[in-house]
Design a protein around this ligand. Sequence first.
Ligand code: NAD
Length: 495
Amino acid sequence: MTVTDEAPAGTIHRRALINGEWVEGSQGSFEVKSPFSGDVLGTVTACGPDDVDRAVAAARAAQPGWASVPLLDRVDLMYRAYALCKERNEEIAQTITREMGKTIRESREEMVQYACEHFRRAAEDVLRYRGQVLPSTEERTNNKRLLVTRRPAGVVGVITPWNFPVDIAAISICYAVAIGDTVVWKPSEYAPLSSAMLADIFVDAGFPPGVVNMVTGAGEVGAAIVEHDDVDVIAFTGNTATGERIARSAGLKRLLLELGGNGPIIVMPDADLDKAVEASILGCFYLAGQCCTAAERILVHDAVHDEFVRRLEDRTRRLRVGDPADDATDMGPLCNAGTLRKVRDHIKDARDGGATVTEIGVADNLLYPPTILTEVTEDMVIARDETFGPVAPIIRFSDPSEAIRIANGTPFGLNAALFTNSLSDAWRMAERLEHGTVLVNESTNYWDQLGPFGGAKKSGVGRELSTWMLDALTEIKHIVFDIGTDDHSHGGGAA
Ligand code: NAD
């Protein structure tokens, strides 16, 4: 099993993983606290630029050898890691809940449905990742053969957020190593303990030293990866502001950026209201609203507005808010003080602007009550920016064009949802929404692991999951053969 030290207080201490060794970083260590109880759960070593240098050098040195390991051997390792992850799902889920506060049911979903399965999906997808043979059109001969294939891009810098700390990291890392890249990973400083447990899996499954490296610390460690000359790709998931900063400093590196959202749910007059209410509960209050695909705005047609609000309030009153480790809890605390500050600021701005604010429960430290806002207008911050909290801001509209204009009227474009029973409205409105995914009669908080995931506008650059992920982590290689004139009598040749 991987090295972990018991710190004096009985809490855990975790190190960075560089070239197959668990090592202390050069910047001391930092504490990890439970957002629910405030208890110190452990300490984690803090890395600096010199540690990033060593991790990148290890990844660079390991990459050519790793890419030449037979594909079936790489796939076998992925399956070994998959088995280990399945064994450890519960232990990792408990750690996620303790350190970042999502409910244990949400953490189990993260592990069982998403994170663990990335090992298997990456192994399967890489076996079916195909190239192309192109027709030759440059000259009137039958001499050329044009092959389009892919090669691993090299060293991938993976930088991940706290809201799905193991799932999101596992997507990039599993697909990168399956295709033959090596990785330098900077997990979130708010979820480093569960992240280290994912790193354990790669070590314990037998991945060679240097293939997966993990450097821990805050944003400056991520920045050192982004600015490093010997990193080829940055796969970043996080805030739009951080993503923009990364895009400015990454130079000519390839970028996969999965950023913030401000997802609308549009409720048309003919919608199944109960279904739209359930989708809004999931959209606004799943993970206390701290989801990139959260329903950050609910646009409701005048004709059904009052009834929709009544049913949403009734349903919200049945949510159980509290200890995330309790199986019965529906909604846990916010992850950190910065998130709480933003939620409070957005609600204050809406209240000052004339919105009616209904808090269902009382705030207690990082536990924030589910909050419904009506009479929200487009100029309010809560309607324009990503709030990332348990809020349901409701905006009225009177015709479909107005709904589309409002839905498209922010810089974000991740997921949008639409509730209607009209096939024609669904089709036409889905076409006009400027979002990476449009969900018809389903919540914004819905994604399929085999579909392209990512945002338009300021919600991101590129798409992840399945073969789109492999596209992002590889370079196109075009190989042209001139095989000379055919001086044999048997003919043949390419089409
Ligand atoms: P964040 O941007 O604050 O941090 C993300 C990661 O980037 C962390 O590891 C952090 O330490 C690191 N970082 C911070 N500054 C950096 C810099 N200058 N250079 C390099 N790395 C840096 O985001 P967060 O608060 O951890 O996560 C919440 C955000 O992530 C929300 O905006 C949410 O919408 C977004 N998110 C998007 C997706 C998606 O798939 N589109 C998924 C999950 C979360």
